[in-house]
Design a protein around this ligand. Structure first.
Ligand code: HEM
Ligand SMILES: [Cu+2]
Length: 651
């Protein structure tokens, strides 16, 4: 058992890029603190955000975190493509390149895709099922703060202590103490563990919310598709995340406490890691893809002014995907000695996934058929998703053939495949969702014209960056290569890819500019229902009043709000307004986030006694929560009436 990192080794030194980051982080932190003090915003920040239990605000915090993480992960991506844009460059050393692709993968999946989708789920699900909040609002805040704690820990690794460098898959023995002795990979084990606990609690929270908090008449088979897909994704979270919890626990034991669960020389078995990792890892890609499918379903139906084609086949297909997603994990290591019989079984299960996925594609196409299609940015992103995701899916089926995969495995072809599924399947969905639901969250729409720049730059950039990788893979370039020789025929493709990544980045910049522009200049005169929506979130004000619904709606069919509009029952009768019960804010979840960060940092440094002492604070938090008798508060009839009149006109 090591006694950990020395005090003098904590700050990472020696690399000018890292020094620049350290200075930038310091200056940004000072600017934030100074800004909050100057504008006297500390108590506002505490009251409105850090202690909030409002699902909408928690959702917005997740989304902000996700966008910031997208920036961080994107910078990592740009550095990689710059490094390989020509043979023999030395922008990054081989070690630094390893650190960068590790950070990129982990951040994009766990700290970009997950919070953006969980954020949207938070904002939208209670509204879609006609509820006032999630089932456990304070647990929800705790989920967020644990996620945030994990994300912050992972992100500071490269300036404090040293970055993880064994890839987002962190295979053993590479990720073990023997080959990567510094604290970098401790960060992987500890920070993902903390964030994972938060995610698991989110999954439980959403399952209970959807099962228990639906308004009158909202039967399961009347739920909007985004709620359905999020429900199934939450079930996959609860099924798959504990596997990762165990794997990361083993990893921490091996690295920090000197056990040998994954080392052959100590009687362990590195394949345990590969199996556990992908038993979680493959379902994980569907945890992020399914809610995205739900987003496209909502947007395509609304913008075609039709109900979703094949609603029940959609439900069946997501349940099918969820079951199959647990049965395909070996396709990630066909080459690692499972043998032809095992490989064939997993080949078949993997190819089967394409069936329900294909069903969904046809349902979206049939939904649009003969629809009166509105070409907003939200719809454009949904349309662009269909062909690009299909490329990702078809190449996935190519990889699924075990014999052929001996050629493709761990080449750039694989890298191209998963970017063609994850970027259209998650990032396009998030962009579509943000354009679509922005008015619900903030009370104004994002600018459509700047949005077109965002759309085209991002799409052109995306295809230019990743399409060449299919060919690079076929030409023999393996993934994670930091440099290469001249004359292999890769140069033009890698140069195009680098140029594409710059255009992609310009697209992201246009998106950020759109947010800035719209915050400053967009008209605040936006109706509660700007896209002529079909589901209940559009029955609330834009932005949504903090209690969501003055009177909980009653549902009589699919597309509840559309039906209410047709039947003229969207109004509110003054006499029916009753006081609304709401949960109170709490500082405990934020406190727990801070405590977990401290304990996590001590564990990463392998300072076990301080970690033990600090972990008592976790119990302090639990006890504080046990003695918290606050039952919430009521919003009075007067206040509800006034708020409703401000957007509905006289009642
Ligand atoms: C038609 C459905 C799909 C099939 C048949 C499929 C098949 C495969 C196969 C066989 C591999 C392993 C290849 C190798 O390592 O050589 C793979 C890797 C991967 N796939 Fe897919 N896939 C599908 C859809 C998806 C979706 C929807 C996502 C994400 C949203 C996804 C994300 C990934 C990722 C992240 C990896 C590689 C991870 C790594 O090694 O770092 N795939 N896919
Ligand atoms: Cu997989």
């Amino acid at each position: 058992m090591g006694n950990g990192i020395k005090f003098s080794e904590i700050l990472v030194t020696g690399d000018p890029l890292i020094l620049a980051s350290q200075i930038a982080i310091l200056l940004t932190s000072i600017a934030i603190v100074a800004g909050l003090t100057y504008f006297n915003k500390w108590s506002w920040l505490w009251r409105e955000w850090l202690t909030t239990v409002d699902h909408k605000k928690i959702g917005i915090m997740y989304i902000i975190a996700g966008v910031v993480m997208f920036f961080r992960g994107g910078m990592d991506g740009l550095m990689m493509r710059a490094q390989t844009s020509q043979p023999g460059l030395e922008i990054l050393s081989s070690q630094h390149y390893n650190e960068v692709f590790t950070a990129h993968g982990v951040i994009m999946i766990l700290f970009m895709a997950m919070p953006l989708l969980i954020g949207l789920m938070n904002v939208i699900i209670p509204l879609q099922i006609g509820a006032r909040d999630v089932a456990f609002p304070q647990l929800n805040a705790l989920s967020f703060w644990l996620f945030f704690s994990g994300a912050m820990l992972f992100n500071i690794a490269f300036v404090i202590g040293g970055a993880p460098d064994a890839g987002w898959t962190s295979y053993f023995p590479l990720a073990g103490k023997e080959f990567t002795p510094n604290v970098g990979n401790n960060y992987y084990a500890i920070s993902l563990q903390i964030a994972g606990i938060g995610t698991l609690m989110s999954g439980i929270n959403f399952i209970v919310t959807i099962l228990k908090m639906r308004t009158k008449g909202m039967t399961l088979m009347r739920m909007p598709m985004f709620t359905w897909t999020s429900f199934i994704a939450s079930i996959i979270i609860v099924a798959a995340f504990p596997i990762f919890t165990v794997a990361l626990g083993y990893m921490a034991l091996d690295r920090i406490f000197g056990t040998h669960i994954f080392t052959i020389s100590g009687g362990g078995e590195p394949m345990h890691w590969a199996n556990l990792f992908w038993l979680w890892g493959h379902p994980e890609v569907y945890i992020v893809a399914l809610p995205a499918f739900g987003i496209f379903s909502e947007i395509i139906a609304t913008h075609s002014r039709k109900n979703l084609y094949g609603y029940s086949s959609m439900v069946i297909s997501i349940v099918g995907i969820a079951i199959l997603s647990m049965l395909v994990w070996v396709h990630h290591f066909y080459t690692m000695g499972s043998g032809p019989v095992v490989n064939s079984v997993f080949s078949i299960t993997t190819m089967l996934i394409a069936v329900p996925t294909g069903m969904k594609i046809f349902n979206w196409l049939f939904t649009m058929r003969k629809g009166r299609i509105q070409m907003t940015n939200a719809m454009l992103w949904s349309l662009a998703f269909i062909p690009t995701f299909t490329i990702g899916g078809v190449t996935g089926v190519m990889l699924a053939m075990a014999a052929a995969d001996y050629q493709y495995h761990n080449t750039m072809f694989l890298v191209a495949h998963f970017h063609y599924v994850l970027i259209p399947g998650v990032v396009f969905a998030v962009f579509a969702a943000l354009y679509y639901w922005w008015p619900k969250m903030f009370g104004f729409t994002l600018n459509e014209k700047i949005g077109r720049w965002h759309f085209w730059l991002f799409n052109i950039g995306f295809n230019m960056t990743f399409m060449p990788m299919f060919f690079l893979g076929l030409k023999g370039m393996s993934r994670r290569m930091f440099t290469y020789q001249e004359g292999l025929g890769w140069e033009p493709l890698l140069l195009v890819s680098f140029a594409g990544s710059l255009i992609l980045a310009a697209g992201f910049a246009a998106f950020c500019y759109n947010i800035y522009w719209s915050f400053r200049y967009a008209s605040r005169d936006v109706s509660n229902d700007p896209w002529d929506g079909r589901t209940l979130e559009w029955a609330t004000a834009s932005p949504v009043q903090h209690y969501n619904f003055a009177k909980l709606p009653e549902v009589t069919g699919i597309d509840a709000y559309w039906k209410m509009k047709k039947e003229g029952t969207t109004g509110l009768i003054k006499e029916e307004i009753e006081p609304v019960h709401m949960p109170s804010n709490s500082g405990i979840p934020f406190f727990m986030g801070v405590v977990f960060t401290i304990v996590g940092l001590f564990l990463v440094f392998e300072w076990l006694i301080p970690a033990l002492i600090a972990s008592f604070l976790i119990f302090v938090g639990l006890i504080m929560r046990s003695f918290d008798y606050d039952d919430g508060y009521y919003v009075g009839v007067d206040e509800v009436t006034k708020t409703e009149q401000s957007w509905r006109g006289d009642l």
